[in-house]
Each structure stands twice: as structure tokens, then as C-alpha cells.
Design a protein around this ligand. Structure first.
Ligand SMILES: [Zn+2]
Length: 448
């Protein structure tokens, strides 16, 4: 009798332990984010869970639920080789994902934490969609690759599920030939708000504008080769679109301008071709910035990037007799100057991001270069591009390697190599190993 009682007692404790373990395992599976670190902007607003019901493959998906507007992500620190092309893909499914403000570059997406580098967004309610994100490591040796609901620009509400993470490295194209795309926007049709009232701006390009851009792009291509003393070559395509610019961005310094995201419907298909290294868009914006408190109304705007590609605005004049983009031996022999200037902003930015010392493009006066008749700042650009600006401590300018550092493209992945990150445990032993490791980390952190 005594013995029987003993066995029953044993049995009860075994059952009890099994229940405890399965409850523990259930919560572990629900909350285990493997090597990912969870982060959110407003703490306690997002729920991070593994979901066994909504999944795209065998393993439980990673779910972020923003119960209110928030920017939340889970990320893993990835060791990278400098100046290497990387491609990250995953599958995303969403339910009622909405950004807080209209037309912002946010949603469920892939990004690098603490940077503006990101993929396209998935918004609204969608089924599993494959999302691809390209980046160049530039001078970095590690990056935090994040899967995010929200964004740098705006917060989001709703639910997103992420699955099937892959990161691959590719081989960067190191030729010095740059492919430019110049898009002529025939129409601008934007609503801007002026002192609480909406104002509609409707403008069209004339044939003179189109001819000016065509001639100027031709001059730009040969000029870049000439000014860089053969360090870079230019190929270009000009396309014209009747799809109007209907959105503009605004900031205090520059007033209204067009960001890549503002015209994404037009430029995304060209970016997906994987051919272009830089995009110019040419349009009219009239006196849109005149009444604003803009220090100096711009004719070109650069230093911008969209999905890793340099992006510049070329603003065409209101007066058909304006000589900014016209060659005339007595008035302007360097009509491609605005294009050169804006593209150099991209090289200036790239040089900084690759960790090179370089003077600022706007510092010409500091080094004794003045705007001249007929040729503008051509001498400055030539010395800037060839590292031949004289200073007391030697010459400065762009490093010659900068001409081979171009954006990541699909063609860089003809022979790709998969990296050993974002891996799920493949069997029960690996799973147990992970659990033991996590419990170990937990105890270590309690010890400290
Ligand atoms: Zn500038």
C-alpha cells in the first residue's frame, strides 16, 4: 500500500513536470525570436509574437502587432565585408497596416536600423508578398538588418507577419561607367497648402524645355568624361512621361521639392530594371517657393537618395529665353552645370559614406574658386573631381576610387552567396541547444 502510494506520488510529480515543461515550451515557442533583438519607439505599444496559425512555410512566422501608431522592429546584427553588395529578402503579410500621415515612406518593410536605407513597404491588408532590399555595406563592418512595422518617416498601426528571411552577398560592378536616367515630367499637378488654404499648381513643359534637357544631357555625358579626365564614363536615357507629379515634399531649407518617394509610381519600374546608377527628374515648379522663406530658391537639388540610388531635381525655368540650360558662345558655354553640380552632390555624399575625407561641394569660395562668366564653376568641379584643389597641406578633392562605387543592382547577384544568418533551428537538438543557451544567458545576466 505504502509502495503504491509512493508510485502515485511519483507519477503526479512527473505529470506536473511535463505540464510545466509544455507550458514553458509553449511560451518559449511563442516568444522565441532566435537571434533577433526586439525594438520599439514607444515602449509597450507593440506586441512581438511567433504565430503558429499565420505562416508562409513550416516555421512559425514573426508577428508585430502595433496596437497604436508606433515604429517597431526586430533586427539582427550582421557582419559585413566593406564595399560589398547585399540582398535581403523576406515574405511579409499585413492586416490593416496604416501610416499615421498620408503619403509617407512607411509600412511593413526591411531596413537597416539607424539609417534611411530601406525597402519598399507593404501596407493595407495583403497576402504573403516577397520583399527585396538591396544595400552596399560601404565602409561598414556590421549592420543591423531589421524587419520593421513603421519607419523612420512615420509610425504605423496594424499587424505584420514576417517569414523566410534570406541574406546574400553579391559582386559589385566596379566599372567606371555610370548609367543615368533623366525623366522629363511633362505635367505638374500638385495641391500645396498655403496658410491653411489649398492651392493647386498646374504646369506643363514646353518643347523648348524638352529640347534644352536633351541637349544638356548630351553635353553632360561628354563633359563628365572630360572634366574627370577620363575617370568616369556616362551612358544615359531620357524618357518623357505624361504621368503628372502630384505630390511634393517640403522642408524649411529648400521649400517644396520632389523626393523619389513622391514619384515612386513612375521611377520604381526603372529601378527594378536594375540598370540605372543615378536619376535626374526634370520638371517645372513655377513660383511655388517664392513666397516661402527660402534663403535661395534652387534650380537644382541633390544629395538625395531613393532606394540606394542618387536622385536629383532639375527645375526648368519659367521663361523660355532663360539661358541656364542653353549653350551660347557669348552667354553660357557650360549649360550642363546644374546636372554636373547635382550629380557631384551624390559623389560628395558617397565619398563621405565610404569614409573618405573630402571638401564640401559648396565650399568653392573657401578654396578661392569664383563663379565665372560663361563657364560658372567649371574649374572648381574639375579640381574637385580630380583631387587637385590646392591647400597648404597638399591637394584635396574626391578620391579616384569613388567613380567605381555605384549603387547595388540586381545584376550584382548573378552569382550570389547565402550568408548564415536568420536561421531557424532545424531539429529538436538545435532547438534544445538554443534553449539551454538562452537560459544560460538569462542566468548570467541575473548574476551580474
Ligand atoms: Zn548644391
Amino acid at each position: 500500500m505504502q509502495k503504491k502510494k509512493h508510485i502515485v506520488k511519483h507519477l503526479i510529480s512527473i505529470i506536473f513536470i511535463i505540464i510545466i515543461l509544455s507550458v514553458f515550451f509553449h511560451f518559449y515557442q511563442k516568444l522565441n525570436y532566435n537571434d533577433f533583438v526586439k525594438a520599439e519607439y514607444v515602449l509597450g505599444t507593440s506586441k512581438f509574437e511567433r504565430d503558429a496559425n499565420v505562416k508562409s512555410g513550416k516555421v512559425n512566422s514573426y508577428k508585430i502587432e502595433n496596437t497604436n501608431y508606433n515604429d517597431a522592429m526586430f533586427y539582427e546584427t550582421v557582419q559585413v565585408i566593406p564595399n560589398t553588395a547585399y540582398r535581403v529578402t523576406c515574405k511579409i503579410k499585413t492586416e490593416n497596416v496604416q501610416s499615421q500621415h498620408e503619403n509617407t515612406d512607411s509600412g511593413a518593410h526591411i531596413s537597416i536600423a539607424d539609417t534611411l536605407e530601406k525597402s519598399d513597404n507593404v501596407v493595407g491588408t495583403t497576402d504573403w508578398t516577397t520583399v527585396t532590399f538591396y544595400f552596399n555595406s560601404k565602409n561598414r563592418t556590421e549592420v543591423k538588418v531589421g524587419f520593421r512595422l513603421g519607419g523612420y518617416e512615420d509610425s504605423c498601426i496594424g499587424t505584420a507577419w514576417f517569414s523566410d528571411f534570406i541574406i546574400e552577398s553579391g559582386i559589385v560592378d566596379e566599372s567606371n561607367t555610370w548609367n543615368f536616367l533623366c525623366i522629363l515630367f511633362d505635367n505638374v499637378d500638385v495641391n500645396i497648402s498655403e496658410e491653411n488654404t489649398q492651392k493647386n499648381i498646374k504646369l506643363q513643359l514646353t518643347q523648348i524645355h524638352k529640347d534644352d534637357v536633351t541637349n544638356t544631357m548630351r553635353r553632360f555625358a561628354s563633359s563628365m568624361e572630360e572634366i574627370s579626365l577620363g575617370k568616369m564614363k556616362v551612358n544615359y536615357d531620357i524618357i518623357e512621361t505624361t504621368t503628372p507629379i502630384t505630390r511634393m515634399s517640403y522642408d524649411e531649407e529648400n521649400g517644396y521639392y520632389v523626393s523619389g518617394y513622391d514619384v515612386k509610381e513612375v521611377i520604381d519600374p526603372y529601378i527594378q530594371q536594375g540598370k540605372y546608377d543615378h536619376i535626374f527628374i526634370a520638371f517645372r515648379s513655377g513660383d511655388i517657393n517664392q513666397e516661402k522663406n527660402i534663403k535661395k530658391d534652387w534650380i537644382g537639388l541633390g544629395y538625395m537618395e531613393y532606394r540606394g540610388i542618387g536622385f536629383s531635381n532639375i527645375r526648368l525655368p519659367e521663361d523660355d529665353h532663360d539661358y541656364t540650360y542653353k549653350y551660347d558662345s557669348r552667354i553660357n558655354t557650360f549649360p550642363e552645370e546644374v546636372f554636373v553640380h547635382e550629380f557631384l552632390h551624390t559623389l560628395e555624399r558617397n565619398a563621405e559614406e565610404y569614409g573618405y575625407e573630402r571638401p564640401q561641394l559648396h565650399d568653392n569660395e573657401k578654396y578661392g574658386y569664383q563663379n565665372m562668366q560663361l563657364i560658372g564653376l567649371k574649374n572648381w568641379y574639375q579640381d574637385y573631381m580630380n583631387h587637385t584643389i590646392k591647400t597648404q597641406s597638399g591637394t584635396i578633392g574626391l578620391p579616384s576610387e569613388i567613380y567605381t562605387k555605384k549603387p547595388v543592382k540586381t545584376s550584382d547577384f548573378s552569382f550570389s552567396h547565402r550568408l548564415n544568418y536568420f536561421k531557424e533551428p532545424e531539429n529538436i537538438l538545435e532547438e534544445l541547444h538554443n534553449i539551454v543557451e538562452k537560459v544560460g544567458i538569462l542566468f548570467n545576466s541575473l548574476d551580474n
